[in-house]
Write a protein that binds this ligand. Structure first.
Ligand SMILES: Cc1cc2nc3c(=O)[nH]c(=O)nc-3n(C[C@H](O)[C@H](O)[C@H](O)COP(=O)(O)OP(=O)(O)OC[C@H]3O[C@@H](n4cnc5c(N)ncnc54)[C@H](O)[C@@H]3O)c2cc1C
Length: 417
């Protein structure tokens, strides 16, 4: 059965949510396939072999022992019909069949354009962390970490461990919101402990709240960043600027499968079931809540997809606790209007197709701009500029077209046959 890639439950995404879902469904005796487009398990947070926390090791071991089949290096690129996923494995097209589907596709970083944001050396904090974990040297580099969210502090502490000189961490949320968020962590001792450890690792590094980058400058690489708190501006010299404004849910696959969204997130009921019968969703596409929230949602989805409501229900209280954390996160790090208006008319918005904010402003919606300027038609397929256009211009993407991830023409031809 499994050689045909045909499963009772298929889980897309090998992060905490996907691992939770696959283990739960396999524990119910279902034939489970876990699909991930990377060569490793663990998703964004637990990627890489070195320095994985005990929780990651425990879940990865649990997965290896549960009997589910791992389809790694496999990107799901389309949903041609109910019960069938079109994918590409190691560059070759393949079909995956399911009775029930759990979508656990995670999130990506949000980049907002400002003058100089496309200079070499300006990278998303999560992306920089990932590069460093895989061996990119940052020893003695001067790094400014800016944008929004708790990820900034985690990344800054990690960069320091690898020998970088972290000049400062700059958070756009006001200090009062960040303090309130810190206070709310008292009901999540594990997070409080994690935050305390991170802060210890950043002793001596200024953490400036209520400030954001106005522009980055340099010739062939970023050399400085000008920061502002809305009243005064100052410049810090750096060789690297890690800048990201939180996370955007990866909802393209759920959208392609016909799932309804609410406020930009996949709408699910208490069983993590989407608006499409037989399709469940867990983790960041349903709300940006962190790995613990994703893990518990994933397990609920896995049990529910296997027709086992009792073990799913036993996790509802735990999920409610993590949903409170998720709400506190959204409140504390809500984006201020100023950071959405940093770009000038000549600032690039779509860096794949070299389309400026000024060119985009000549159009009234994403579709019109796309037809006239080719924005969103480059290799990122709108994953970067589409999210930025939503924040900067207030435009939503009305639909999703396959391929959901970059794919070979050969794979698309197979799909069309
Ligand atoms: C770049 C980055 C770095 C982060 N670093 C940290 C950190 O240091 N600390 C922290 O606490 N949190 C971090 N986060 C947040 C953290 O990743 C999430 O809170 C958590 O991983 C959510 O788990 P998830 O299972 O929902 O999603 P993810 O862990 O994102 O897992 C989703 C998986 O699905 C795969 N996928 C998506 N679409 C497809 C498709 N079409 N076909 C096949 N596979 C697909 C992705 O490659 C990924 O492996 C980071 C997030 C990002 C984006």
């Amino acid at each position: 059965m499994n050689d045909l890639n045909e499963f009772d439950v298929v889980v897309v995404g090998g992060g905490p949510a996907g691992l939770g879902a696959a283990c739960a469904a396999a524990a119910c005796g279902r034939a489970v396939g876990l699909v991930d487009d990377t060569p490793w398990l663990g998703g964004q947070i637990w990627r890489g072999q070195k320095g994985r926390p005990w929780q990651a090791l425990e879940w990865i071991e649990r997965f290896k022992a549960c009997g589910a089949k791992l389809l790694d290096n496999t990107s799901v690129i389309a949903t041609p019909q109910r019960g069938v996923l079109m994918a590409e494995k190691d560059g070759n097209p393949c079909e995956i069949r399911y009775a029930k589907l759990v979508l656990a596709t995670g999130a990506r970083e949000l980049f907002l354009p400002f003058p100089g944001w496309t200079l070499p050396g300006v990278i998303g904090p999560g992306g920089m962390q990932s590069l460093v974990k895989h061996g990119w040297p940052v020893k003695d580099q001067r790094v400014v970490v800016a944008g929004s969210g708790p990820l900034l502090l985690a990344v800054a502490a990690g960069l320091r461990q690898y020998g970088a000189h972290v000049v400062s961490v700059v958070e756009q949320a006001p200090r009062s919101s960040v303090l309130q968020f810190g206070f709310s962590l008292r009901s999540h001792p594990s997070k409080l402990w994690q935050a305390a450890r991170i802060k210890m690792g950043l002793l001596g590094v200024p953490y400036r709240c209520g400030a954001w980058p106005a522009k980055a400058e340099g010739s062939d690489n970023v050399g400085s960043v000008t920061l502002t708190d809305g009243h005064k501006t100052w410049t810090e010299e750096c060789n690297l600027l890690a800048c990201g404004f939180g996370l955007v849910p990866n909802v393209e696959l759920p959208l392609a499968a016909g799932c309804e969204l609410k406020d930009g997130f996949v709408q699910v009921n208490e069983w993590q079931a989407t608006s499409v019968t037989g399709i469940y969703c867990a983790g960041e596409p349903t709300g940006i809540g962190g790995a613990d929230c994703a893990l518990v949602e994933g397990q609920i989805a896995g049990y529910a997809a296997s027709g086992q409501p009792a073990p799913a229900e036993s996790l509802f209280i735990l999920r409610a606790r993590w949903h409170k954390f998720r709400a506190a996160l959204a409140r504390a790090f809500a984006l201020r209007p100023e950071v959405k208006q940093l770009a000038t008319d000549s600032t690039l918005l779509c860096r794949c197709e070299d389309v400026t904010v000024g060119q985009m402003r000549q159009h009234t919606n994403w579709r019109d701009a796309k037809l006239q300027t080719r924005c969103g038609m480059g290799s990122c397929q709108g994953r970067i500029c589409g999210a930025a256009a939503k924040e900067v211009l207030g435009w939503g993407m009305e639909s999703v077209r396959p391929p959901i991830l970059p794919a070979r023409v050969q794979s698309l031809i197979v799909k069309a046959k």
